[in-house]
Structure formats: structure tokens, C-alpha cells
Write a protein that binds this ligand. Structure first.
Ligand code: NI
Length: 261
């Protein structure tokens, strides 16, 4: 059974067939889904999904593109949402200098505040980092504590940086990009990563793997990601699916009683 560690099923791309698709996922081997929010609004829609479906859990956090919406009042609201029993992580949070929608100082400030919130509530973090390698590493190092665990989602840097995060105990999220022919750097990263530190993720509706590249993505495509990882590591896809499922449960549900049905 597959653990989908990063999806956005509240996205409008799923409005026409969300219910049907989620039921199909459940029937076709997707055991658990973490629906990840990115804005204050998507925290509400993520909670609605998590309350409706037993196999969906949520991550509550504000993406670097959206941190302009944060102030002490909205941050206090975010803290309250994080106490919901089906919130399994704080995310996605981080730095994005590719879209560069908010000033770097503001991105860094709210990234740090949200990491501190995760520590306070003992929740793992889901980190988004795009074209911000050095600053992300510095911020995560500064916040580093045995109490803070997490995943670097949709990892887009090289093996040296992956090693830095592994040393701090982080997991690395691998999605559809690993199936792309030109993803040489990511394939190198996957070869060096211990299987025990990989999480499967789609980031759907984005980043569909080959052979569905360019189409709307869904958790049903995770078998292609598992196959690509298996091929790079010279093991069976079933092993990738089994171990990444254990990894995700250890990260998101450690110490919790009934983690899923
Ligand atoms: Ni995402």
C-alpha cells in the first residue's frame, strides 16, 4: 500500500471529479494521503478533506509565495488549526526565490516562525525550497533540534545538499521529476539516498511522471515514481512502496495512537 506524502486535492483542478478520484485512489492501493496546504484558504479546504475522508490527513502552513498574508493575528489562527487531530505536519513552508513573490527577508522570517511553531507543537515540517539552497540550509540549521523533524519536499538540489539534510535527520521527498529523462542530478541523489529516508510524493495536480508528463497528476501515478526509484537502486518497486510507507508513518504518526483506520 502506498503512502502519498504530498498532494493538493483541494486544488480547483480536481473540482470536477474529486470524490470519484479519491475513491479510486483508495481502491487502487493508496493507503494514506497527506493533503498539504499552501495558503490560509487552503488550510480550511485541507481540513474539510481530512474531516470527510478517514485516509486523508492534513498539513497546515503558509507557502513562501503567500507569507504576505501572515501577521500575528493570522499566525495565531494558524496555530489553532495545527492543533486539529488530523493535522499531521506544518507545511508547506520554506523559501522560493524562483517565483520570488515576497521579499526574501519576509520569507525567511515566516519560515523561521513556522519552524518554531512546529517545534512547539511537536509536529514535523514539510519544506518547500526552490532556488534558495543556501538560505534554506542556513534557516533549517539554525532551527535544528532533536524535536524538529521533517521532509524536504520535491528535492531539487544535488547530492551534497541531500547529505546535509540526511545528517540532520530529514527525509527527502521524491516525485514525478525522477522519471524525466533530463533529471540527471535528481537520479544521482536518489542513488545515494538510503531507501529509509525517501518519501513518495506527487505534488499533484502538478509534476506528473512519465508516461503522463504534462497531464494532471494524481496519486495513482505514484507507481511510476516507485518504479523509477526501484530501477535506480536495483530493487523491486514493491520494496520501495513498502519502505517509503513505513518511513512516512514514522515521520507523521510516530507516537500517535490510531494513526489511520
Ligand atoms: Ni506542494
Amino acid at each position: 500500500m502506498i503512502f502519498e506524502s504530498h498532494a493538493h486535492y483541494d486544488d480547483a483542478a480536481f473540482d470536477a471529479d474529486r470524490e470519484e478520484l479519491l475513491n479510486q485512489c483508495r481502491q487502487q492501493g493508496i493507503e494514506t494521503i497527506i493533503n498539504v496546504s499552501a495558503s490560509l484558504d487552503s488550510i480550511k479546504s485541507t481540513l474539510a478533506l481530512a474531516e470527510k475522508y478517514p485516509f486523508i490527513y492534513g498539513a497546515a502552513g503558509v507557502h513562501p509565495d503567500e507569507v504576505g498574508a501572515l501577521n500575528e493575528e493570522t499566525f495565531a489562527w494558524l496555530r489553532e488549526q495545527c492543533r486539529h487531530p488530523k493535522i499531521a505536519a506544518v507545511g508547506e513552508i520554506g523559501l522560493d526565490y524562483y517565483w520570488d513573490k515576497e521579499k526574501h527577508e519576509l520569507q525567511k522570517y515566516w519560515f523561521c516562525r513556522q519552524m518554531e511553531l512546529a517545534k512547539e507543537l511537536e509536529l514535523p515540517i514539510i519544506v518547500h525550497s526552490r532556488e534558495a539552497a543556501a538560505d534554506t540550509l542556513e534557516a533549517v540549521r539554525t532551527a535544528h533540534s532533536p524535536k524538529l523533524r521533517g521532509v524536504i519536499h520535491c528535492f531539487s538540489y544535488g547530492p551534497e545538499l541531500a547529505a546535509e539534510y540526511l545528517n540532520m535527520g530529514y527525509y527527502i521527498g521524491i516525485g514525478g521529476v525522477v522519471t524525466f529523462k533530463n533529471a540527471k542530478k535528481l537520479k544521482e541523489v536518489v542513488k545515494m539516498l538510503p531507501l529509509e529516508r525517501i518519501l513518495l510524493e506527487t505534488d499533484c495536480p502538478y509534476l506528473a511522471p512519465e508516461p503522463n508528463r504534462g497531464k494532471r497528476n494524481s496519486s495513482l501515478n505514484l507507481t511510476y515514481v516507485a518504479e523509477a526509484i526501484a530501477q535506480l537502486k536495483g530493487i523491486e518497486a514493491e520494496e520501495v512502496i513498502r519502505v517509503t510507507n513505513e518511513n512516512a508513518k514514522a515521520l507523521y504518526f510516530a507516537g500517535k495512537e490510531s494513526c489511520y483506520e
